[in-house]
Design a protein around this ligand. Structure first.
Ligand code: LHQ
Length: 263
């Protein structure tokens, strides 16, 4: 299928979704949401995929909601923003959580508003040194959405989450790395090669285990210790029945590199 606002391809177990409205810093429109939905439907049906990359075309990653897209932001007095979130953003964030393999976000430039929180919803975030993260919402009288008020305090603590949301100061990629808001930041000229290496490593990993790790770690944010220990036991039971567990142990004992199938 060909798209107008995104690029989407699946190759060799690796899926790549590129937000592609560079002249508007890849801000979200209704059309872009429709196309992302369609890409996710493809991803959910294609069991060959073992890792997803999300990135942006051009100098920005994503400037959040396109404020000129009247179908979502109309100046009409009674336009219901909750409806826009329930229809477009929230289902996307839930689908990202539910994908049973890692999502890497390569933040190539500014990530603002819903674009910032969309990036932070990925499982591993790597950013170019020149990129920045801005919880820009209160500049236009809104609160952080797209999961921001959930994920941000968990990543950086309430003090920073509060100030970033109220003051809307940009966070540099370096600062984001130092605060533990993202996995790492790399020099701009190394982003592509670092991302390619990361994607290959994740693609060749025991995918089933990575999917279970994702479930366990996200569940831990809402669980108490006892519940989490039980969950670990259950998920480990599942991991222990995988072909990749057998292969991992055999490869260790035979002193050879493991060749994981993802099953
Ligand atoms: C844009 C945008 C943009 C349209 C840059 N829209 N054109 C959810 C539910 C429903 C409604 C409301 O919101 C939400 C969630 C949200 O995401 S709310 C937050 C929406 N986003 C923003 O408020 C960010 C607006 N953008 C900016 O503040 C700046 O563009 C940043 C700081 C991201 C980057 O600044 P610069 O690097 O100086 O770039 P620029 O401002 O010159 O932008 C380049 C072009 O992109 C420019 O167009 P032009 O035709 O003048 O070249 C901008 O108008 C356009 N653009 N963001 N969100």
């Amino acid at each position: 299928m060909s798209y107008e606002t995104i690029l989407f391809e699946i190759n060799d177990g690796m899926a790549r979704l590129t937000l592609n409205r560079p002249e508007k810093l890849n801000s979200f429109t209704v059309k872009m949401h429709e196309e992302i939905r369609s890409a996710f439907t493809t991803l959910e049906a294609d069991h060959s995929v073992r890792v997803l990359l999300i990135t942006g075309a051009g100098r920005g990653f994503c400037a959040g909601q396109d404020l000129s897209d009247v179908s979502m932001t109309s100046g009409a007095q009674h336009f219901d923003l909750a409806q826009t979130l329930e229809q477009n953003y929230n289902p996307l964030l839930k689908r990202m959580r539910a994908l049973p393999y890692p999502i890497v976000c390569a933040v190539n430039g500014v990530a603002a508003g819903a674009g910032c929180n969309f990036a932070l919803a990925a499982d591993i975030v790597i950013a170019a040194k020149s990129a920045s993260f801005i919880e820009v919402f209160s500049r236009i009288g809104l609160i952080p959405d797209a999961g921001g008020t959930y994920v941000l305090p968990r990543l950086v603590g309430t003090a920073r989450a509060m100030a970033l949301s109220m003051l809307t100061d940009p966070v540099s990629a370096q600062q984001a790395q130092d605060w533990g808001m993202i996995w790492k930041c790399v020099p701009d000229e190394h982003l592509q090669e670092e991302v390619t290496a990361l994607l290959r490593k994740l693609r060749d990993a025991p995918t089933k285990a990575l999917g279970l790790i994702k479930r366990a770690i996200y569940a831990s944010l809402g669980n108490n210790f006892e519940t989490q220990l039980s969950l670990e036991a259950n998920l480990q039971r599942e991991a222990g029945t995988s072909a990749d567990y057998k292969e991992g142990v055999a490869a260790f004992l035979e002193k050879r590199p493991a060749k994981f199938s993802g099953h």
